[in-house]
Design a protein. Structure first.
Lengths: 325, 577
């Protein structure tokens, strides 16, 4: 019953926060420097033609009227039409989102699993050579400059060695061939995914490892670990069942939020690998003042992050018996 | 389980993985063979739309230029307007102020006839929806008549010199494709937006290619249009094909990866201007050829003439003298560009006036400073420490004072940021340093491009800026547009706020002058006036650098703007064998 009340209260809070974010987003885009039609127009358009386009986009309306339309449209499930694509923004987002989720969520999960596993071992072997190497490697991974690293992988593994495609999500040559069957197409996507996945994995794994290691080191000093050892439990049981499970709590929060933010994609990674995800679109929309597209992308991120927060809170209660709502 | 068993299992696991990977690669590569007659072209980004009425980004326009065709186009070498969908040159009737145009017996991609009715329909759609880019050019038309299916007569409201080059180079659309869409759009609250938002996946034109398949974010596949009117005909000195079965457009987020793809043979051409830094590497690559061609472009520094101190022509002329354009070409553009002295690029030979003032041309840095110092001193400017000392030696000047004795206030030169255009950003920095040598408190300030445009065109609140037009129309009517008094308004093209009645008069006169030679005289005079008054300092015209592989296709047509053009795609041929 208590948990139900808690969830209900949090849902109300989330709705209020979401509405505030919606309003802030609207205001931010309007006060941000830049002209929404400046990048759409041909140098030879006349001011009258520009004004005509502004009125067709509804940008000639007073800011309050625009805001009311924005709120009304949102509650009627209409996110507007992208200024540049001329397509409903939900179509653009739904076309791009699966690609982003496929790549970024997979990489986040893999990096988190590996980070937790190696972080646990590093903490357990604190001070030994393996700990030193793992910590240094994690720090190097954590501080890598993503575009540079991505380009290096493309150059070495894609160009020099030739194991992987240089970019994209599919090989057009494979897909335009009418004889290509589904299996080959699926394998082609996986083949294209490996290099960006490797990049993101390497870049992300370090932070999870360090987080898990630090959390685990704190947990290992707890009394219940001493008690577990005194009870004669094996080292493996103490490490995996008593220490790691408790140490994983802050990591779970981090993973939850990372998964939520993974729908945001990564503009730089997506650009280098020409991965048709949402990150690139988000940057494009912001840079070109494509209000409907930018607003919808940010609202989606806000919605997912708020929901992830709620899930993490509930998950905490499940993982840590001391937490009760 | 013994240690040996574990080892065996591990080895078997790795072997399995290796075999799997090999099979995996083999399976994909056998399906990825490239047909011999399929040209693969890299684009910097994917097209944002295939709707001709919305397309404003470079990549959409590149694709649609292969589909929708105009009545007249530019000859690739002479740059003169030549008939394209039209069968012959237009016949001008001075008395009725009309152009009679005979049309080719062309067909739309679905095999239906292209007729005069389609031309009328295109005109109507442009007029009814006030389609930006075209409506201002088609406004000159009073009425259109079609005596038969292949003749169109355009009656103009008044003689309009730019009618041919601006209105008749607009793409023609088919009534069949657009009529219902247009009717529906007209019923909507925002008709233009409804028309532009109409989703179109297979645009129908009369051009050499049609879109076969477009997978958003991945590729766009075009195939040869069997009904293309140019096939087998010699137009513009070229016997047109296409001689390829299709074009596969692939998208690359960065030039780095596109260049690797070109070197690796994943694409046959990268249709995007390369930075000079890539050239050395590409020139060393077997089978890759680098092309550099002129652009019809104008990169310039502009001033805000609406307020002091840049309302003073002597100050502007002195700045024009100080700027070392040769240095910008040799260092920033690494030699791949042309110095501009007039607002019409020299490549546009007919309209370019070579006799405009060439400020500081051929002078050294010190000579420029001395000359500018003399000009400013004669106009009443002074310095806390002059840039030329008592021994006539050039030193670092300090605190330039205006003729009224007040020190010149700090001013900013707005430039696009380096990630948008490094050349303009670095040119701004160089100019800042040269002006500081003269004692001017100049500060180059890179600014996000759309914010920069809003500041300069919208708010008109700035001191100076560096901007450019990368693709100017070859008809220099823009010279009038950029400096016409009536364009000095919010979002107007006269960003500097230049006002000169004599210039305005010439601008209006040239627009109605139908005699090319007389019009040329007027435009030369306009250029001379502008370069005397220097509201803009023309800086440079960069070359367009492109690269293509020569091991699969040959026959690229080089023209102003580069090898990526409809002529190339109509004549490029696969190599035998």
């Amino acid at each position: 019953m208590e948990i139900r009340k808690f969830i209900l209260r949090r849902l109300v809070e989330i709705a209020i926060i979401f509405f505030v974010i919606m309003t802030i987003l609207f205001v931010l885009f309007r006060i941000a420097p830049g002209d929404p039609v400046a990048r759409m127009v041909d140098p030879m358009w006349t001011p009258e033609e520009v004004e005509h386009v502004m009125s067709q986009l509804g940008l000639d309306q007073p800011i309050w009227t625009q805001y009311l339309y924005y709120v009304k449209n949102f509650f009627t499930g209409n996110f507007g039409v992208s200024f540049h694509y001329g397509e409903p923004v939900e179509n653009i987002i739904w076309n791009r989102l699966p690609n982003t989720i496929l790549l970024f969520t997979t990489s986040t999960i893999l990096a988190a699993l590996a980070g937790v596993f190696f972080g646990k071992i590093a903490a357990w072997r604190k001070g030994r050579k393996s700990d030193t190497w793992m910590t240094i490697s994690a720090l190097v991974c954590h501080t890598l400059f993503v575009p540079w690293f991505a380009l290096m992988l493309v150059w070495i593994l894609g160009y020099k060695v030739g194991w992987f495609p240089l970019n994209g999500i599919i090989s057009p040559e494979v897909w335009v061939n009418e004889n290509t069957n589904f299996l080959v197409k699926a394998l082609d996507v996986i083949h294209h995914m490996l290099l960006p996945l490797m990049t993101l994995f390497v870049v992300q794994v370090g932070s999870y490892l360090l987080l898990m290691r630090s959390s685990m080191l704190g947990t290992l000093k707890e009394d219940y670990i001493v008690t577990a050892r005194a009870k004669g439990l094996t080292e493996k049981v103490v490490r995996n069942h008593h220490a790691a499970r408790n140490a994983a709590l802050p990591v779970i929060t981090s993973i939850g939020l990372s998964l939520a933010f993974s729908i945001n994609g990564g503009a730089l990674t997506e650009t280098v690998f020409t991965w048709p995800g949402i990150g690139k679109e988000l940057v494009f929309a912001v840079g070109n003042n494509d209000y409907p597209l930018a607003q919808a992308c940010f609202l989606l991120i806000a919605g997912v992050v708020l929901t992830a927060n709620l899930i993490v809170d509930v998950l905490y209660a499940y993982l840590d018996p001391r937490i009760r709502y | 389980m013994s240690r040996l068993q574990v080892k065996r299992r591990t080895v078997a696991g790795w072997m399995g993985l290796l075999v799997g990977a090999l099979l995996f690669s083999a399976l994909i590569s056998c399906h990825g063979d490239v047909p011999q007659r399929l040209l693969r072209v890299g684009l910097s980004e994917e097209p944002r739309t295939l709707n001709i009425w919305l397309a404003s980004d470079a990549n959409s326009r590149k694709i649609l230029a292969q589909v929708y065709q105009p009545l007249y186009t530019r000859h690739p070498e002479t740059l003169k307007l030549i008939p394209w969908l039209a069968a012959q040159d237009p016949v001008y009737d001075e008395e009725n102020i009309s152009y009679t145009i005979k049309l080719r017996h062309a067909k739309w991609a679905d095999g239906s006839d292209f007729t005069a009715d389609d031309v009328v329909f295109t005109g109507k759609i442009i007029e009814a929806f006030k389609i930006p880019r075209y409506s201002s050019k088609w406004r000159a038309i009073k009425k259109i008549e079609t005596p038969d299916d292949h003749t169109v007569i355009f009656y103009l409201k008044k003689p309009t010199a730019v009618f041919l080059s601006r209105a008749l180079t607009a793409p023609m659309v088919s009534r069949k494709e657009w009529e219902t869409v247009a009717q529906e759009a007209k019923k909507q609250e925002k008709p233009l937006r409804s028309l532009q938002n109409y989703e179109i996946s297979n645009p129908m034109g009369t051009g050499p290619f049609v879109v076969k398949d477009y997978k958003g974010g991945a590729y766009l596949h075009m195939v040869k249009n069997p009904h293309f009117f140019g096939s087998g005909n010699t137009i513009g000195g070229h016997l047109l094909g296409p001689y390829i079965d299709g074009i596969l457009f692939k998208f690359y987020g960065t030039s780095d990866v596109a260049v690797l793809a070109l070197k690796k043979g994943n694409i046959d051409m990268f249709w995007w201007g390369l930075q000079p830094g890539y050239l050395d590497d590409l020139q060393k690559t077997t089978d890759v050829q680098v092309f550099h061609n002129q652009k019809s472009a104008l990169y310039y520094m502009g001033f805000n003439l609406r307020k002091p101190p840049f309302d003073d022509v002597v100050l502007r002329q002195a700045i024009a003298t100080i700027i070392d354009k040769e240095f910008i070409i040799s260092r920033i553009l690494q030699g791949y560009g042309t110095v501009l002295h007039s607002v019409v690029p020299p490549g546009n030979t007919f309209w370019h006036n070579p006799q405009v003032p060439h400020y500081g041309d051929g002078l050294s840095h010190d000579q420029r400073l001395k000359l500018a110092y003399d000009m400013l001193k004669a106009a009443g400017y002074s310095w806390a420490e002059p840039p030329v000392d008592a021994n006539d030696k050039v030193v670092k000047g300090r605190e330039l004072r205006l003729p009224n004795g007040e020190p010149m206030q700090r001013f900013t030169i707005l430039t696009p940021p380096a990630d948008y255009d490094p050349r303009r950003a670095f040119a701004g920095l160089m100019i800042q340093e040269w002006l500081r040598d003269m004692g001017m408190p100049a500060f180059a300030r890179p600014m996000a491009f759309s914010a920069l445009l809003q500041q300069v065109k919208g708010k008109r609140d700035f001191d100076a800026f560096i901007l450019g037009y990368g693709k100017l129309n070859l008809d220099p009517d823009y010279v009038g547009t950029f400096f016409y008094s009536k364009q000095d308004k919010e979002r107007g093209w006269n960003m500097s706020g230049y006002r000169n009645k004599a210039f305005d008069k010439l601008r209006n006169k040239q627009r109605g002058e139908m005699d090319q030679d007389k019009r040329k005289e007027l435009l030369w005079e306009m250029q001379r006036i502008l370069l005397e008054d220097v509201p803009y300092i023309p800086l440079y015209n960069p070359n367009v650098l492109e690269a293509a592989r020569m091991d699969r296709f040959s026959g690229w047509v080089e023209k102003v703007g580069g090898i990526g053009n409809i002529w190339s795609y109509c004549v490029v041929r696969p190599l035998e064998g």
